[in-house]
Each structure stands twice: as structure tokens, then as C-alpha cells.
Design a binder for this molecule. Sequence first.
Ligand code: GTP
Ligand code: MG
Length: 245
Amino acid sequence: MQPPREKAGDPSVALVALTYNERENLPEFVKRIFVLRVPNLTLYIVDDNSPDGTGHVADELAMHFPIEVIHRPQKEGVGPAYRDAFHRILSLASPPDFIFEIDADLSHNPADIPRMLETCKNVDIVIGSRYIPDGGIRNWSRLRRTISRFGNMYAGFVLHPVDVRDLTSGFKCYRKDALSIVAKRATSSIGYNFQIETVYTAFRAGLRIREIPIIFSERRAGVSKFKWRIIVESFWRVLLLRLRG
Ligand SMILES: Nc1nc2c(ncn2[C@@H]2O[C@H](COP(=O)(O)OP(=O)(O)OP(=O)(O)O)[C@@H](O)[C@H]2O)c(=O)[nH]1
Ligand SMILES: [Mg+2]
């Protein structure tokens, strides 16, 4: 695996995007990232052997753009895939200065990356937030909105005094040292709960967290991996997080 490109003066940036059956979204996603011309940026695509061949699409794109593809043998959920990628990236001889989490289904707008990066130069973690003024959600069903809202309120209540409105956001930027702390301690979650666990871990470690508004849009292509089972898992895992302190 290659380290991020380096050009004197600019920080190095890694974007980590997990993929599972995203072949329809990936080319557009990649195009919208590299059109931004963020200096020293490498995209790490983490594919869990998608049956639709997303891994091959990623390999082809990697011939034309600064992309590293991490092929994993099987689908294990968001938590294990991110932990694996973070471990590999932080083990590089020269790890990137800033590391992003971003969904590859175009729900997160790559155009928000420069703003998040600038903000992260003054804090440890930036969260792209749907639930602060100017943030929002486009085209989600009322049911999905309600689940997300309720999940955030529940987690915020259980994990008080964590003062973050969007605890389940998967669009984040970490300073390298902050990710190193979070990656060592946030080790238990599989699904959506991974996002809550990382924020809570950062808060407990005293890291500086800032939310900035983003607009989240429902995917237009591909199939959602949303499962009720993951919601149920989140319920008790949030309680466990609190009890473990
Ligand atoms: N490598 C890997 N990627 C995954 C896995 N589960 C989801 N993803 C990817 O992670 C990103 C975020 O996934 P989610 O938003 O949780 O799932 P989703 O299918 O988009 O479902 P929604 O909640 O409806 O947005 C997407 O790019 C998915 O393709 C997994 O087990 N392994
Ligand atoms: Mg999604």
C-alpha cells in the first residue's frame, strides 16, 4: 500500500471510503472527489469482496487516479472495515496528516471536503452534521428520518454530556493523532454504532470536536444496507458504551 502523495507545504490527506456493491456510484464518486484538486490527497477504497464487482471497478479507477484499493475477503460491517483501514493507514511509514471517513454512495457531497479540512486544522475532529442549523437531509423517507432522529436523541441522552447533535454521521475528518487515539479505543462496534462509538471515545479522550453543517442525500443508485438488526444492536451497544465509561 502506498502512502499519500506529498507536496511541500500542504498537509497530506487520506479519504477512506468503504464500498459494498457500489459499482454504479463509484466512478461518479471518484470524479467528484478529484475534480476538487485537493493537494496531496489519496483515496483509499475498502471493498469487502462485493458480489457486483465493485472491487474491479475500483482497481480500474486506481489506474487513473491516486487511489489505493484495500480488498477484504468478506463483508463484516462498517466497524471492522474502518478499523482495518485505519490500522493499515496509521501503520504507514509516513501516515497522512488528516484522514476522512466518507460514504461512497454519494450521500455525502465530496464538495464539503475542503471546508471540513480547513476546519480540522484548528480542532481534532470535524463531523459533517445533518442536525445543526444549515445542515439537513434530502429525499429520505419519513421512516428513515424518524429512526435517525430518534437514534441520535437516544444516544445523546444515554451518553450525556456529549454535546454532538449528529452522533451517527459517517462523514468525518480526523487529525492523525486524534485518529490514532480513537482507533486504539473504539474497538467494539459493527454497524452504525461505530460512528457513535468513535465520537464518544473522542469525547472521553478530551479531543476537540467541531460539527459543521452538511446536506445528506439519499443514494440514487445501488441498494441500501440498512437493517433493523443493526438498529437493535445500536440500542444495547450505546448502553454498554455508557456502562463501560
Ligand atoms: N467494505 C464495506 N463497506 C460497507 C459495508 N457496509 C456498508 N458499506 C459501505 O459503507 C458506506 C456506508 O454505508 P451505509 O450508509 O451504512 O449503508 P447504505 O447501504 O448506504 O445504507 P443507508 O443507511 O440507506 O445509507 C457505503 O459506501 C456502503 O457501500 C461493509 O460491510 N463493508
Ligand atoms: Mg448510505
